[in-house]
Design a protein around this ligand. Structure first.
Ligand SMILES: Nc1ncnc2c1ncn2[C@@H]1O[C@H](COP(=O)(O)OP(=O)(O)OP(=O)(O)O)[C@@H](O)[C@H]1O
Ligand code: SF4
Ligand SMILES: [Mg+2]
Length: 347
């Protein structure tokens, strides 16, 4: 039985999620555990297909039967209560009102046939019980707050009349309209250019500070979260392989997969001199995940034991942990490769 920690607004314990397909059972999330404190930003970082969005969807109650299954034994405690046991009414209050999500593709998430202002108003009226006139005023104020020029005019426009960056700002306004305690951002800036990306992330940060919101920031690019995350969870093949503060991850990482991710961070200042290094090989098939360490087929430090058994998590203190056989007392000593220059550029 899991006991709740009152400092944590959210506690995810042994989350396992599968999809039942014609090809077999896709084990998308295979035992994820993390907690989220009030007002902090936790980044979940990992390559495409590692289970980041499925984790986010599970927290939003968006994994649906019959194909999707959150396995027995998983728990997601929100303020100490397991949301997986919520009834319909509790889900309605939680989604939007307590926890909101901003997806990468705003065009797909927004209603194309409804004026943007009305979409914000719906949340204000539904979750904050405002009158129509109050909601209209507040929606215009929020459009202004997320940095949309001419908010009064923009209020009456449809999503297709907005640029990608502006649509993403609208999504942020919709999410914050319910004053959520938790905001999940699932690759909110991936399709945007670097300048707009920075502006959007700053806006999220600003609104987070104002409302003391806890944020889960999901991305495949470690570079994106260097300046905004308090803690980072590195995910690979449905599990979190390393967890720590930004300094732990960038300066004293203890996992070869994190080393590979750091090495893959693009460096603007080195453009033309040093190309982005991608991680060689491909992640394992989640229809048939390996019994041992999931990184063993791509890891240059792989030992026999790595293929035979999943490594346990080693605790390095102050919330830093990693699951790698290199930390077994009988393993050879290996230091983190020297990525100092890279780390410094992200501090
Ligand atoms: N509805 C579904 N049916 C079957 N498999 C699914 C479904 N949704 C996700 N998956 C599988 O689960 C795994 C994890 O997917 P997920 O979307 O969480 O990856 P991700 O880490 O968010 O990747 P990306 O960075 O590309 O968004 C993938 O192998 C994906 O194909
Ligand atoms: S457990 Fe083995 S294969 Fe996995 S990351 Fe560590 S050294 Fe590499
Ligand atoms: Mg995703």
């Amino acid at each position: 039985m899991t006991t709740a920690n009152t400092d944590h607004i959210l506690e995810v314990n042994d989350l396992r999620v599968s999809f039942h397909t014609y090809a077999g059972e896709v084990q998308a999330v295979r035992g994820v555990r993390f907690d989220l404190q009030r007002g902090e930003t936790l980044a979940i970082v990992g390559e495409s297909g590692c289970g980041k969005s499925v984790t986010a969807k599970s927290i939003m109650g968006l994994v649906k039967a019959p194909s999707g299954e959150v396995k027995k034994g998983s728990s997601i405690l929100y303020n100490g209560t397991d949301i997986l046991g919520y009834n319909k009414k509790q889900w309605q209050a939680y989604k939007g009102g307590e926890c909101a999500i901003v997806f990468q593709d705003a065009l797909a998430s927004l209603n194309p046939t409804m004026r943007v202002g009305k979409q914000i108003m719906e949340n204000l009226q539904g979750h904050r019980h405002m009158s129509k006139a109050e909601a209209e005023q507040e929606a215009i104020r929020m459009l202004k707050e997320v940095g949309i020029p001419d908010p009064q005019e923009r209020f009456r426009q449809y999503p297709h009349e907005f640029s990608g960056g502006m649509r993403q700002r609208v999504m942020i306004a919709i999410a914050f309209a319910c004053n959520p305690k938790i905001l999940i951002c699932d690759e909110p800036t991936t399709s945007l250019d670097v300048t707009i990306q920075g502006q959007i992330l700053n806006k999220i940060k600003e609104m987070q500070r104002k409302n003391n919101t806890s944020v889960i920031m999901i991305t495949h690019d470690l570079g994106v979260v260097a300046n905004i995350a308090d803690r980072i969870a590195v995910m690979y093949c449905g599990v979190i392989v390393e967890h720590g503060s930004c300094r732990d991850i960038f300066y004293r990482s203890r996992h070869p997969y994190t080393w590979a991710l750091i090495n893959a961070v693009p460096r603007l200042d080195l453009e033309g001199k040093k190309k982005l290094v991608s991680i060689p090989g491909t992640p394992p098939d989640l229809l048939n995940p390996p019994v041992g360490c999931p990184f063993c087929t791509r890891c240059s430090y792989c030992m026999d034991i790595c293929r035979e058994a999943m490594p346990e998590s080693t605790d390095f203190g102050e919330g830093h942990s990693a699951s790698c056989w290199l930390h077994h007392p009988m393993a050879p000593h290996v230091d983190m490769p020297d990525y100092k220059a890279k780390g410094e550029s992200h501090e």
